[in-house]
Structure formats: structure tokens, C-alpha cells
Write a new protein. Structure first.
Length: 160
């Protein structure tokens, strides 16, 4: 069974987002071992300088990198990443075990994105859209797409 980890900066604050994530986690339990790890978000003042933002990204990035297993297939979520259809993502996830890896790690950054070293560690930079979404909502969207991928690969009718 594939191990799927979502490393994310920040905690979910809204109950409806927490409930949605719990529902997808429950559904995914039939297909994979899912772990969602929330890492602390760096606090910044209003209107931070570019230097402060870079320090924040580095601090968060170091925490992220310390949690990624060496042999994991890493997918940082970033706006400049590749956009895939749901069947293409399903195919990528199906190829991970075939390539000899048993762990997929998705990474969702905080409100300022991801440190460049985290992106560089990635095997596939993935973008959901050229639009910007709150990182808490991105977590729900990602969980749904992971679930959809497993359903596609199982030949289920969930994906239309």
C-alpha cells in the first residue's frame, strides 16, 4: 500500500475545511496510508520586506525538508508547476510504486509559497491552476484529487 504524506505549512482554522479533509482522509484509507503533517507557519509583520519573506520561506523550507524521507517521490505544489488532468495525476501516482518508491510526499507552502530549495527537491512540481487559492483550501482540493486518482486507477465510477 502506497504511503501518501501531505506536508503543509499552517493549521486548518475553519471547521468546514477540517471536516472536508477528514472525509477525504477516511475515503483514502482504503487505498493508501495517509499522513497529514502540519508545520508551524512563520509569523511576519504586515507588509514584510522581501528579505523577511525570504527568511520566512527558508525557515519553513528547512522544516519541510527535514520531514521528507530520502527515497520519497516529492511533489511540491506551486503556481509555476505543471498542470495535469486528473487522469494524468492518477497515472503519475500509479507509476510511483512501479519506480520502486513506496512514499509520495505532497508539499503545500504557506501564504508566501515555498522556498526554492523545497521546489528543487521535488520530482514533479505541480500546479492546480494559475489562480491563487488559500493554502487551507488547497489542502482540501489536493486531497480530493488524490482520492479521485485512486478511484480512477481502481476503475471506479467516481471520476466522470
Amino acid at each position: 500500500m502506497l504511503n501518501v504524506t501531505i506536508l503543509c505549512i499552517g493549521k486548518l482554522k475553519e471547521q468546514y475545511l477540517t471536516a472536508a479533509c477528514a472525509e477525504y482522509a477516511k475515503r483514502l484509507s482504503a487505498f493508501c496510508r495517509l499522513t497529514v503533517t502540519e508545520l508551524p507557519e512563520s509569523r511576519l509583520p504586515d507588509n514584510p520586506s522581501d528579505k523577511l519573506i525570504e527568511q520566512c520561506l527558508k525557515q519553513e523550507g528547512e522544516a519541510i525538508l527535514s520531514r521528507i524521507p530520502r527515497d520519497a517521490f516529492v511533489i511540491p505544489m506551486c503556481i509555476e508547476g505543471k498542470m495535469l488532468t486528473s487522469p494524468q495525476l492518477a497515472d503519475k501516482l500509479a507509476q510511483v510504486p512501479v519506480s520502486g518508491k513506496s512514499q509520495v510526499v505532497f508539499v503545500i507552502g504557506g501564504s508566501y509559497g515555498l522556498w526554492e530549495a523545497v521546489k528543487a527537491r521535488g520530482d514533479l512540481r505541480l500546479s492546480m491552476s494559475p489562480m491563487t487559492f488559500p493554502h487551507q483550501l488547497a489542502r482540501v482540493m489536493l486531497l480530493e484529487q488524490i482520492y479521485r486518482s485512486f478511484m480512477i486507477n481502481a476503475g471506479a465510477r467516481y471520476h466522470k
